[in-house]
Design a protein around this ligand. Sequence first.
Ligand SMILES: [Zn+2]
Ligand SMILES: [Zn+2]
Length: 371
Amino acid sequence: MESALVQDNPLLLPLNQERTVYDGFLSVQERDFRLRVLLPPGRPFKRARLHCCWQLKHLLQGYEHIVKQRLQQSADLVTFILELKTVLEVCLKSRPECRSIPPPRYYSQLIAEMETLGWGRLLFIDSEFRTLKLKAEDSSGRQHVLTVKLKSRHPAEAPGCSADLPVPLAITWTPQSTLDQLHNQFLLVLESLAEFWGALDEIDSKTWILEPEKPSRSDTMRRIAIGTNVSIKVEVDPKHPTMLPECCLLGAEHAVAPLRDKLNANMHLWNPDSGVLHNLRDVLEIEFPSPATHEKSSFSIECGICYSYRLEAAIPDQVCNDPRCGQPFHQACLYEWLRALPSSRQSFSIVFGECPYCSKPITVKMAAQQA
Ligand SMILES: [Zn+2]
Ligand SMILES: [Zn+2]
């Protein structure tokens, strides 16, 4: 019975003929712990002594009395090792930080995978060797970063992956997968988005973008300046980037109305074979002001109430509809201003009042965060 342990742990073997010294490994939740059991001459098990590796010692901290008690109560080595295994499982459960230390083969596996992938692709690795940032360049030379969070059971368990993409990152992983294969999958995802980024890069370089302030690779929306206080918000579909995007014209009604008519009348002219920007020009029958022809300051006119352009993330997008005035305001500023005046009236979430500049009628909707 004591010669060699069965039951998942056949790794404890006698080191001498007298069978007083057993040495080997105990495997708990994918981790191996070295231990040695010393029996006194005559081998009374109750007086056996346990020697542990430092990891095991560390893990059993606070549980020593339980281990001692189990050792004294066990009839033989097999019973004791099974008891010890149960205690260790409890320890690992109560100390997630211990459980998360991967076994040594995790590191050798990781190094082998990085050798195949190429160390030049590693941008960052954390001190635990769990989070990696890998760089990837698409065929147009755009730089991307893939963040990989490896599980301690890597590669048996799929890693968590994330990247700055406009679509969810779907990765296929099997226990035989490697980081190199993961990287290749990521490159394919990047290629599938090449047309989308190509369209947005053209818009970003040839027009004035009012929003977002600093577009990221996952941003699908652009608010493009058309003129003073007139802009178009386009939402490009990452899966169908050449199709007519969702468009919303913003600005004073007298400036927006003719553009809206053009958009509706010319929509059928949209040609998926030419770029988004080119199509927008054709459909709206305009030339977009570009960094080559205009200063951005001509479109970033500050709010007539707080005299700033950006209020947190908001830009002044409420414009007085009187053609001679056209003063822009932040939604929040105008709402607060009108609500404070006794001459204004509110109906549901809309406040009706007078423009602070020209006293012509103006309305504002309560902003979402004020609702
Ligand atoms: Zn303001
Ligand atoms: Zn006005």
